[in-house]
Design a protein around this ligand. Structure first.
Ligand code: PEP
Ligand code: MN
Length: 622
């Protein structure tokens, strides 16, 4: 059962409730969920629901019907985010864990770690205690393996994950490791589960070879009952009658678990399929199905691997996979961030206290808000602004460290104002993010579609949902400034006949109901945002450079500049012309090129560009 507490409950009242429950032999767990303070009660109490509801300080008492309690969505509606150093599992950024099945040597581990880091992994895996089917197979390097893993972390910055096979290894794990893994064979080793529960470190809990989802959740419950909620559930294939693959990957576990539990979900396609060429297709499918994280076995020399070589990807194959995931993730509202670790380090640097705010346009729940979370994760505090100029101003004056500005939409084109502001302000582009725009029809709880008489949205959202809205010619369309303000307006108005067009995130933030999802006409509706800052911190390899320049007003002036790019085989991915401020009929050009202009091989390009253009400025490399 859960008790929802009144916001004005006193410490005294809360203490009384907890003492009474403890006298009855119940265990209590306190959490804050969706802005509410909750006490979860585990164990049998003689008091009835109504008796609890009558207690001072209690707003509501709700029974949890499932046998898993603390890990259930009924106990906690919000997604759990598991923090591992600067990495968070369970937010918009897909977390990639990669490495060999087993740590074989210092050189092997370090070589693979560097490779997987280069291709986008943010955590490194490797077994030191291997639960092998045969006692004659390689059993792992044991403590030496853990020491190597710790060394890999220190040298690469990748957090390390390894399997614990016995309670007796707990102290060593505490000393060397960031995430402990409970292997499939140990999913129901209850002493081990209690042990990792007490350790408090993040846990990857693999699904047993022949365990049901319910049994798996009960194992997670064991860990959480000890006070450790840092649990990641990992589906790694189950035994079925199909012998072709090593196991059968149960991808349907992802949507099933999303409903049943608040814990994040990882997929391990390597152990699921046992075959190298089947790993990438399953990994791609897992991301499309909503997985929060992937665990992939990668080996630099799989033919010689001491375990699981046939299912290990070559580093380059792993690189191809992460590139595919980079493209797939936004379709389901997620991101693969190749710059994850460097960025998180800057944001979490304790020396830069004011470095945690990002200005965005609109209100909470706006697509810009979602983009800022997708780019920075939850570590940043998004700050709503009324105008684009306010964003530039906030970054220029240092009120906000970062700004997030939409540059173009795949259907409606460029947002010109922001190109003009990039020209006007001396700020840098430090990154970009593309998110999918999926509109939902949002109204109050229990309002059905046929009751709606008017819909609020900004005009671009109306045009993006034209086909859908044309089906309801009698509904009045009321233009407002932004989707997020439309949703807030409906919530504040209490109008049961009004709906808004907005993101599912806005519906969640304003606690409103979604009547229909994905009502936009064209599903290929994406917006690309740039992230602006005063300066670029830390050096990084870049894929793209944004440049602005003007040219003299003479024949062939723009052509001369374009010729430079052509000569050096540099691909242009965007070209935008904007009138120059205060200079009628003169133009500024904005270009994005697919090259890192600071590489020494491009030094002559810069020289030539300077020569052929005027007011050349590099806006950013990212
Ligand atoms: C592993 O991750 O190397 C492993 C042994 O996995 P599982 O427990 O899923 O077999
Ligand atoms: Mn393995």
């Amino acid at each position: 059962m859960i008790l929802v507490l009144e916001s004005k409950i006193t410490q005294n009242q809360k203490g009384k409730i907890k003492n009474m429950l403890s006298d009855e032999g119940c265990i209590t767990h306190e959490i804050t969920d969706a802005g509410r303070d909750i006490i979860g009660i585990i164990g049998k109490t003689r008091k009835s629901l109504d008796e609890f509801k009558q207690m001072d300080g209690v707003a509501d008492a709700v029974p949890i019907k499932t046998s898993h309690k603390l890990v259930s969505r009924e106990f906690k509606t919000e997604d759990t985010r598991v923090k591992i150093g600067n990495v968070v599992v369970g937010e918009d950024r897909v977390v990639i864990v990669a490495g060999p099945c087993a740590v074989e040597s210092q050189t092997q581990a370090m070589t693979i770690a560097k490779e997987v880091k280069k291709y986008g992994a943010v955590l490194f895996r490797g077994g030191a205690y291997k639960p092998r089917s045969s006692p004659y197979s390689f059993q792992g390097l044991e403590e030496e393996g853990l020491r190597i893993l710790a060394d890999v972390r220190d040298k690469t910055g990748l957090g390390v994950v390894t399997e614990i096979t016995s309670v007796s290894q707990a102290d060593l794990m505490m000393k060397y490791i960031d995430v402990v893994q409970i292997g499939a064979r140990n999913m129901q080793n209850f002493e081990l589960l209690k042990c990792v529960g007490r350790m408090g470190k993040p846990v990857v809990l693999k699904r047993g070879l022949a365990s049901t989802i319910q049994e798996w959740l009960m194992s997670a419950e064991y860990i959480m009952a000890e006070g450790n909620s840092n649990i990641i559930l990992c589906e790694r294939g189950i035994r079925t009658f199909e012998p072709y693959t090593r196991n059968t990957l149960d991808l349907s576990a992802i949507p099933v678990l999303k409903k049943l539990t608040h814990l994040p979900i990882m997929i391990d396609p390597s152990h699921a399929t046992g075959m190298r060429e089947k790993v990438s297709p399953m990994a791609r499918a897992a991301v499309a199905a909503g997985a929060d994280a992937l665990m992939i076995e990668v080996h630099n020399n799989p033919d010689q691997a001491l375990s699981d070589g046939p299912q290990s990807l070559y580093p380059e194959q792993f690189g191809q996979l992460t590139r595919d995931i980079y493209v797939i993730a936004p379709v389901v509202g997620k991101q693969l961030d190749f710059d994850y670790l460097r960025k998180s380090e800057i944001i979490n640097n304790p020396k830069t206290e004011d470095s945690k705010t990002a200005a965005f346009i609109g209100e909470y729940g706006a697509y810009s808000h979602k983009a800022s979370l997708g780019f920075f994760g939850e570590e940043i505090t998004p700050v709503p602004m009324k105008t684009f100029k306010d964003i530039f101003q906030a970054v220029q004056t240092g009120t906000c460290q970062y700004g997030i500005i939409p540059l173009e939409n795949s259907l409606s084109g460029s947002i010109h104002e922001n190109f003009d502001l990039l020209q006007e302000y001396d700020l840098k582009i430090i990154g970009e993010i593309t998110i999918r725009i999926k509109h939902a029809l949002i109204a109050h709880e229990n309002v059905s579609k046929n009751e709606i008489k008017k819909i609020l949205a900004p005009p671009p959202a109306f045009s993006q949902c034209k086909n859908y809205l044309d089906q309801y010619p009698d509904i009045e369309l009321v233009p407002v400034k932004a989707t997020s303000s439309a949703v807030r307006h409906i919530r504040d108005s209490d109008d049961k006949h009004a709906a808004a067009i907005g993101s599912t995130m806005a519906a969640k933030i304003f606690n409103m109901n979604i009547i229909e999802k994905s009502i936009e006409d064209n599903p290929r509706n994406y917006t690309r945002f740039a992230i602006i800052a005063k300066e670029i911190k830390g050096h990084k390899k870049a894929n793209k450079t944004s440049i602005i320049f003007s040219t003299g007003n003479k024949p062939g002036a723009l052509f001369e500049v374009m010729k430079v790019f052509s000569e050096y085989q540099i691909n242009l991915v965007k070209l935008e012309s904007r009138p120059m401020l205060g200079k009628p009929w003169e133009y500024m050009f904005y270009v994005d090129i697919e090259a890192d202009i600071e590489l020494s091989e491009f030094a002559p390009v810069m020289e030539k560009l300077q020569e052929k253009s005027e007011n050349l400025r590099i806006l950013g490399r990212y």
